[in-house]
Design a protein around this ligand. Structure first.
Ligand code: IMP
Ligand code: MG
Length: 203
């Protein structure tokens, strides 16, 4: 047992030295940027459980198809579907519109859905609604395939950044218009594995 604990400690120390993401008591550093805590892991999990409950109620007996927008929403989607009480299917779509901390303004489908969506109850799962461009584009695309219903769930939303009027039935948290990482959201590829949410510290 003891040598096991020592080995784990060594591994942890080695990991810290090798990681480009360093953690101090309450801020984290990712590449050139410093972030401060916004929502803890337990606050996130509590909110996701409530969203799952709401969807279980509204989609009782419907076998919805959850469509997770990759890459950012995969963490949220994986927790959300496990809070869904009932039969459901899961699909993924890859869209991209973001480079660094600014939207490139150009949304494209990179990897589509193979499933027939006609007559299906769809639950679109997005990590964050910023300008709303990504969802606006994607919801339009889905409507054309004549699903029975579309319900949109976003883990985060930045109301001040809205440029497109998109219907989002369920929102985890409305936040200030500041860049965030964690819980699937990245800064130049890093930070997706952080269990809580961190906000850019502006100096
Ligand atoms: P929108 O199309 O402007 O609404 O941007 C939505 C997409 O931009 C999200 O799916 C994220 O991938 C990305 N994004 C927007 N804001 C942030 C942020 O604060 N951190 C990380 N990614 C973000
Ligand atoms: Mg995204």
């Amino acid at each position: 047992m003891e040598s096991n604990a020592a080995a784990l400690l060594l591994l942890a120390q080695k990991h810290n030295l090798m990681s480009t993401t360093s953690h101090t008591a309450d801020t984290i550093q990712i590449r050139d940027l410093t972030f401060q805590p916004l929502f803890s892991e337990s606050e996130v999990q509590e909110r996701v459980a409530i969203l799952g409950l709401a969807l279980s109620e509204s989609h009782k007996g419907r076998t919805p198809l959850f469509i997770s927008i990759l890459s950012g929403a995969f963490v949220f989607a994986s927790d959300l579907i496990r809070q869904f009480d009932g039969d459901c299917e899961v699909g993924f779509v890859k869209l991209s519109s973001y480079q660094g901390t600014r939207s490139s303004g150009d949304v494209q489908t990179v990897m589509g859905l193979e499933k027939d969506l006609a007559g299906r109850h769809l639950i679109v799962v997005e990590d964050i609604v910023d300008t709303g461009r990504t969802l606006h584009f994607f919801l339009d695309h889905l409507q054309q395939q004549q699903p029975a219903s579309i319900t949109t769930v976003a883990f985060l939303r930045k109301p001040e950044a809205a440029q497109f009027d998109v219907p989002v039935e369920h929102v985890g948290f409305d936040i200030d218009d500041k860049f965030v990482v964690g819980y699937g959201l990245d800064y130049d590829g890093l930070g997706r594995n952080i269990p809580g949410v961190y906000q850019l510290l502006e100096k």
